[in-house]
Design a protein around this ligand. Structure first.
Ligand SMILES: [Zn+2]
Length: 259
């Protein structure tokens, strides 16, 4: 292939193309939609911390109750779900401080999320009520993704925007329609947008570490040395993502701004 073909990968290992964009202006408000408590922090925690520092109000919408997030077969799932809500609220405060907005939970059972019409209506209602300028979510088209909740949460973010923006969808909603300016998908199958989070890696880690119930199953951290290795893994990953863009650390996304 010709090196200058627009959109063609120039660097096979990074998928770096000629038409990447970087660093959106800080929006007045953002809504991050995750399948489980902690998904938002993994997907876009650095960016949300950066935007919050710039004055953006940061809202969270978590689709499931996170009740499968343990390796302990004897856990009380109601207690785990309640604990994970507390952890999510703490993480939201750690990310955004005074700019932390609402933290909402749809409460679907972990592992059983479906992108059906009822769920789409609930996501659309949240978008219409919170009126975010930017929505962030999982890329539902990530190839070889196994976890159904991540796929469905991604679809709900995309389809929820379509329903929220058009006035004839869900006319029973008590609030007017709302069209966000942009959608950013994390874990993107074809990322084309990088955000410099060099100064916000620590904030992302602090927010991730609010999810103490996940230390064993997700962070693989049962002691301080493990936690240090987890921090190093995340830091290294963000550094590698930033390198092609001359950033010390980056989070990368698929940007969709024709909404
Ligand atoms: Zn998840």
């Amino acid at each position: 292939m010709a090196a200058n073909d627009p959109g063609q990968p120039l660097h096979p290992s990074t998928g770096l193309t000629t038409n990447w964009s970087t660093n959106l202006p800080t929006p007045p408000s953002a809504l991050a939609i995750g399948a489980h408590p902690d998904d938002v922090e993994f997907g876009c925690g650095g960016l949300l911390a950066k935007w919050a520092e710039g004055g953006c109000t940061v809202h969270h919408l978590v689709c499931t109750d996170g009740s499968k997030g343990t390796w302990n077969p004897d856990v009380n799932v109601a207690e785990l779900a309640a604990r994970r809500q507390d952890e999510q609220r703490d993480a939201a405060r750690r990310l955004a401080g005074a700019r932390a907005g609402e933290v909402r939970f749809l409460g679907y059972v972990d592992g059983e999320l479906d992108s059906d019409l009822a769920a789409r209506g609930r996501v659309a209602l949240a978008i219409r009520e919170l009126r975010p300028s930017v929505v962030l979510g999982h890329d539902p088209w990530k190839r070889y993704r196994l976890h159904p909740d991540h796929r469905h949460a991604g679809l709900l973010a995309c389809e929820g925007i379509v329903a929220a923006r058009d006035p004839h969808f869900f006319r029973e909603h008590p609030v007017p329609h709302h069209r966000p300016d942009a959608l950013l998908l994390w874990e993107a199958d074809e990322p084309d947008h990088a955000e410099d989070v060099s100064d916000f890696v620590a904030a992302k880690l602090r927010a991730l570490e609010a999810h103490e119930s996940q230390f064993e199953s997700t962070m693989k951290a049962v002691d301080h040395a493990d936690l240090d290795r987890f921090r190093a893994r995340i830091t290294d990953r963000l550094g590698a993502l930033g390198e092609p863009h001359s950033m010390r650390a980056a989070e990368v996304f698929k940007l969709i701004d024709q909404l």
